[in-house]
Design a protein around this ligand. Structure first.
Ligand code: NAD
Length: 348
């Protein structure tokens, strides 16, 4: 038996997770996958009602009682500072040490790609984003706030341990998936201190993987080449903020945020799977949001749990639906969120 914690969260997180769950229940029936689900209501509603974002003991419970977490998205305009989001999603990433954010960039049909003459074979790479350090550690401070002499600084943290393990993860990932190329991206020409650490770690780790071809790109050049030559990439490893930004660009190559899946991985503990998109409040509850990102996320979860056949079946079902244009409006279809979920289920 595999125990899955389900956290739909806020906004369209709730809508798309419902469809991913529909798919996972189907997988349970067809593949006798033995998945057991427990849903948690962590999100804006609970925060506003009870003042609780992540209940005490949540980390220990997730670590001890669950094999994986399926997450929707967090963010609600009624919590203007998004405090609950930091206390739930960022806290889970840090608290469970989910240091590898794995974001596959895969085009399911050429009509979804805004680049002319780009086919499905041209867009198929994975960005491995460092997920626990960098600019996201909330370090820094302000001085003389609200005066003309105001000073703000925002500090990035890059540790030897953190940088080395994410680069190692990228090489391991490449080997596991039969990929032959790893590209590291940074901004070491101007961010010299962190850049130097990333550069040295990359060279040291690369030396242990002579079978893998390596390259380096400054992140601005990476952004250009994602658009001009996406076919050149197989595995890209980068820091937290650059990974955040370039994977939105990369999502555009796949048909938009509605198609992008991700895993937040701790190779030695429980991992969390979520679509790349946020809670998109304007679309929430309207049966409009594209559930494919969340459904593809559930395929990543299945693969992580060793249910490879089931994962492939979900991906193939998504491919079939996209080919037949059984999709939501954002990628040119006419169906609602629920109807897309049902169409994917019908293909499994
Ligand atoms: N991982 C997360 O939980 C996460 C990630 C990003 C943003 N957020 C939060 O989500 C809220 C909204 O943020 P945002 O608008 O910047 O990002 P967003 O990803 O919610 O939306 C960005 C754009 O993409 C569209 N979009 C996103 N997902 C879609 C889907 N499945 N189907 C169709 N269209 C889709 C939206 O309508 C919008 O136009 C904010 O509170 C933000 O902090 C949360």
């Amino acid at each position: 038996m595999k125990r899955i914690a389900v956290v739909p969260g806020d906004g369209i997180g709730i809508d798309v997770t419902r469809e991913a769950m529909r798919v996972l229940r189907r997988v349970n029936d067809v593949f006798a996958a033995g998945l057991e689900f427990t849903e948690f209501d962590w999100g804006a509603e609970k925060y506003l009602r009870e003042g609780v974002s992540l209940p005490t003991g949540a980390f220990d419970m997730l670590r001890k009682d669950f094999d994986a977490i399926l997450f929707g998205a967090i963010g609600d305009p009624r919590v203007p500072d998004n405090k609950h989001a930091a206390e739930i999603l960022l806290a889970l990433r840090f608290g469970l040490d989910l240091y590898a954010n794995v974001r596959p960039v895969r085009l399911f049909h050429e009509r979804l790609c805004p680049l002319k003459g780009t086919g499905v074979a041209d867009v198929n790479f994975t960005v491995i984003r460092e997920n626990t350090e960098g600019a996201y550690v909330n370090a820094g401070g302000v001085f003389k706030r609200g005066t003309p002499d105001e000073v703000a600084n925002q500090v990035e943290i890059h540790t030897r341990k953190g940088v080395e393990r994410i680069i190692e993860y990228a090489f391991q990932f490449a080997r596991r998936h039969g990929k032959t190329k790893v590209c590291m991206s940074d901004k070491s020409n101007v961010m010299a201190y962190a850049g130097d650490l990333w550069q040295r770690c990359f060279k040291e780790v690369a030396a242990r993987y002579p079978d893998v071809q390596t390259s380096h790109l400054y992140v601005d050049a990476l952004a250009l080449l994602f658009v001009r030559q996406p076919k050149d990439f197989q595995v890209v490893v980068t820091n937290n903020m650059f990974g955040d930004i370039v994977t939105d660009l990369a999502a555009a190559l796949q048909g938009g945020l509605g198609m992008a899946a991700s895993g937040n991985i701790n190779p030695n503990g429980v991992s969390l799977f979520e679509p790349v998109h946020g809670s998109s409040p304007p679309l929430a509850g309207k049966n409009i949001a594209n559930p494919m990102g969340s459904i593809l996320t559930s395929a990543m979860l299945l693969e992580h749990l060793g249910l490879t056949g089931a994962a492939r079946a979900v991906e193939n079902a998504v491919t079939a639906c996209v080919n037949e244009n059984k999709t939501t409006q954002d990628i040119g279809g006419k169906l609602g969120t629920r109807e897309v979920g049902e169409a994917v289920v019908a293909k499994i």
